[in-house]
Write a protein that binds this ligand. Structure first.
Ligand code: ADP
Ligand code: MG
Length: 791
């Protein structure tokens, strides 16, 4: 059994440290996959429980010189987040202290030689710099030593060797100047350089730590949404208890303006609830008895009593926080580039530094310059910025996404989302509101059998007789229990009763519309048995009289051998007005067609226009009738429609689109293929579209604030609004651009800095300043993503 565990790791400070831990874990027998995250300071390991114990994983990490402890089993995402924030906080405080001390000492070591003369100066400088080396910068040396013991080298090695060489040189010049004089070299002191380099690198690390802390602010804000206490009703008394003491089934009170403490169901009261923190949707949502509310959302106007349904780690908020944390623990494929480079980087840099030293020493005969140039090479080459380039951008982007109601599953999903060529939209519930209503009922025209003229009249009518746009109202005089009727005396009431009877057993939104249409008019549903769902077509069952009642598409009618010709023209007319025609047949004879309207969401048109604006091919995919689909597509501004597709065929359609094959259908021009395979995104409601979502390169599921357990999707939209899909893709594009910029800046410093340093044109102090600046600018660039605005 593959098990996944996330282990906090401390002491990692660069891409090389990360890859060392990762390699050690990957080499451990029983480990299937290991992913070490430098930003979150943890390792996510997939391993075989039978082959390796978690303790062994911790040991594997410790063997690399970093520390790790197993997480306690029952910490929620909130607690983990809080713990991590506190650790961050401590790190920032400590770094700040060390930075201030070393920069102050660096300044002193520069000023003192101007005021203090004589033999005591070297001793004072030695004492001051030793504080910096031994305390402020101590960790560079201990970590470098640990790396050395493991036969590796990382950024600490570069810093330790660089400053260490300068320090040792100065110490010898202080205590045994004769050694240099003997060899004809001036005994110079580099104490101020050592202090300044360490001070500046620490300053860079401090800025970096502060900036890193900001990359998680969105996540921290989410975690902070969870109220700490809740007022529950116990024996008719309101008592305030800590949130941890709340139990499932407890009823708690929410006053206006308060945050709702936990997920639950409203048992009394009504109010408007601001769910924007979970969904990104700014309009408050009306809530009344029976409605579900989510913990962390704000109750605006009324007072509510809520029964707690989901608690702790399963609550919507905790799941979002967990999802975000997991996402941030993943890697974007672009990271591999940075990793590959930083792995070979340190050895290469050390070789260049040695070469620099040798050339200056042997060729130019300048031992002091040789040392200074080699130190500059070591310092400027530190690959810290490279390790930050991708993860910082991913952190900020996923936090930003959460604020906009867009949950991105990780770096890989994000990277694929920026490459999307084609966006396939499910029609029902994605483009349309997904709450269909029955608006037409057309009966088959029938010649009345002799002797029952009145019934014949009724049955041949379109209801209402005048317009044909409404179904009988509840005060209809003919309202009655369903009767076993001959075809001839069938009326709209009986048709609805039968259709609702069949559909009451179906899950489909259309079925729901038919059941509601009957209920709203007070029509009692017919009892049915032998129900059989025909997925993507409709449903079939037998009524009390044993007749076979079929409700569904023209395709279903064809399948059962029912002739639709008498109503075909009417059905087409309905379809052209964007109604879904649903036939009703009794014993394989079509008796009526219902027109079911599901209007497009008000935001769909704008969102689709925005997608096209972004250069994406937009395709609507539906199982609905072609004319209906075309009418909806026209309204929504979609030019390409693939209609009358059975649910199981949707996967194949996606697959064909990926290989660049365009389906036939209206306006059937193939999308301009610039490359193959095409990157296809599918936007669907996640429940019945799961296979297609999984097949698509990027599955975008429309969830809701309270239902986010969507496994098949790469991206989950927390508001049922297509504009969130636009935001998701735009954010992905912007983030990838940021990552590329970051990598560029991280590389550029080294590519230009190393030759300059080797030529002796860059002093070690400037090199350390530049290196610090490169890390800070990379993190700063990622933070600019916080300014991203949604559609
Ligand atoms: P979509 O692609 O819009 O989600 P489906 O594949 O679920 O559509 O259904 C396709 C068509 O099948 C519907 O437009 C309808 O004509 C018919 N259909 C499916 N289920 C039912 C049902 N329970 N009752 C009536 N018609 C149905
Ligand atoms: Mg659907």
């Amino acid at each position: 059994m593959a098990t996944k565990i996330t282990i906090p790791v401390s002491g990692m400070h660069c891409a090389a440290c990360q890859s060392r831990v990762q390699t050690a874990l990957a080499k451990t027998p029983g480990v299937a996959d290991a992913n070490v995250n430098l930003m979150l300071n943890n390792a996510t390991v997939t391993y075989d429980e039978r082959a390796v114990k978690p303790d062994a994983l911790v040991d594997a990490i410790r063997s690399t010189g970093y520390d790790a402890t197993l997480p306690s089993a029952d910490t929620t995402a909130f607690e983990e987040q809080t713990r991590q924030d506190e650790a961050h906080e401590r790190e920032v405080r400590e770094l700040t202290r060390k930075t201030v001390v070393s920069l102050a000492i660096a300044a002193l070591t520069m000023v003192l030689p101007m005021v203090v003369m004589g033999g005591a100066l070297p001793w004072i400088l030695f004492a001051l710099t030793t504080v910096v080396v031994g305390w402020s910068g101590r960790h560079f040396y201990t970590r470098a030593w640990r790396a050395f013991r493991h036969h590796t080298a990382d950024m600490n090695t570069l810093i330790a060797v660089g400053t260490g060489a300068a320090y040792v040189y100065s110490v010898i010049a202080t205590f045994a100047p004769g050694f240099f004089v003997q060899h004809g070299v001036k005994p110079e002191l580099y104490y101020e350089a050592v202090a300044a380099i360490i001070g500046l690198i620490l300053l860079g690390n401090t800025f970096e730590a502060r900036a890193k802390r900001q990359t998680t602010t969105a996540l921290r804000a989410l975690a902070d949404l969870q109220p700490k206490t809740v007022r529950v009703l116990r024996d008719l008394q309101e008592v305030e208890i800590p949130i941890e003491a709340l139990e499932r089934g407890d009823v708690f009170v929410v006053r206006p303006g308060e945050r709702i403490a936990a997920d639950g169901e409203v048992v009394s009261g009504s109010s408007a609830v601001d769910e924007s923190m979970l969904t990104g949707e700014s309009m408050p949502v009306a809530k009344q008895k029976g409605d579900r509310v989510a913990g962390g959302t704000i109750n605006r106007t009324g007072a509510l009593k809520v029964r707690a349904t989901t608690l702790g780690a399963d609550s919507a908020l905790a799941r979002i926080v967990k999802l975000m944390r997991d996402a941030q623990g993943t890697r974007a494929p672009i990271q591999n580039l940075a990793d590959r480079v930083s792995r070979v980087f340190v050895p290469v840099v050390i070789s260049i530094a040695i070469a620099t030293f040798v050339v200056w020493f042997v060729v130019a005969g300048a031992p002091v310059r040789a040392l200074v140039a080699a130190i500059s090479v070591l310092i400027i080459a530190c690959p810290c910025a490279m390790g930050l380039a991708v993860p910082t951008a991913l952190m900020v982007a996923s936090g930003k996404g959460a604020q906009l109601g867009v949950l991105i599953k990780g770096g890989e999903a994000l990277q694929r989302a920026h490459e999307i060529d084609v966006v396939v939209l499910d029609k029902t519930g994605t483009v349309t509101a997904g709450a269909p209503t029955v608006v037409d009922l057309v009966m088959v025209p029938r010649v009345a059998p002799a002797g029952v003229p009145s019934l014949a009249d009724a049955a041949s009518a379109t209801y209402p007789p005048s317009a044909g746009t409404q179904v009988p109202a509840s005060d209809d005089p003919r309202r009655s229990a369903p009767r076993a009727v001959a075809l001839a005396d069938l009326d709209e009431v009986a048709v609805l009763a039968l259709a609702a009877g069949v559909e009451s057993l179906s899950e489909h939104p259309l079925a729901d519309a038919i059941v509601r249409a009957a209920a709203e008019r007070g029509i009692k549903r017919a009892d049915v048995r032998e129900f059989e769902s025909r997925t993507g077509r409709g449903a079939v069952a037998r009524d009390a009289a044993g007749r076979r009642i079929a409700v569904g598409s023209a395709r279903l009618m064809r399948e059962i051998g029912a002739d639709v010709s008498e109503l075909e023209a009417r059905a087409e007319e309905l379809a052209r007005r964007a109604r879904t025609p649903v036939y009703v047949a009794i014993d394989d004879a079509v008796v009526a067609v219902l027109g079911i309207a599901d209007p497009i969401k008000p935001t769909s048109r704008d969102a689709i226009a925005a997608l096209k604006e972004m250069g994406l091919e937009v395709i609507m995919l539906t199982g609905d009738a072609r004319d209906t689909a075309d009418a909806i597509a026209r309204e929504a501004g979609v030019d390409r429609v693939i209609a009358e597709v059975l649910p199981e065929e949707k996967v194949a359609v996606i697959r064909r689109l990926q290989s660049g094959q365009w389906e036939g259908g209206s306006g059937g021009v193939p999308p301009p293929t610039t490359h193959s395979p095409l990157v296809v995104a599918m936007v669907g409601d996640g429940i019945n579209d799961a296979p297609a979502l999984a097949q698509a390169d990027v599955g975008i599921a429309i969830g809701t604030g309270t239902d986010i357990a969507i496994e098949a999707a790469d991206i989950t939209l927390m508001r049922g609004d297509l504009r969130a899909a636009v935001d998701a893709i735009a954010l992905a594009r912007r983030t990838m651009r940021t990552m590329r910029q970051n990598l560029f800046w991280a590389f550029v410093y080294n590519v230009f800095g190393i030759p300059l340093a080797a030529l002796g044109m860059l002093s070690p102090v400037i090199a350390s300043g530049a290196m610090a600046f490169s890390s800070v600018s990379v993190v700063g660039n990622s933070l600019r993503l916080r300014g991203f605005r949604g559609a």
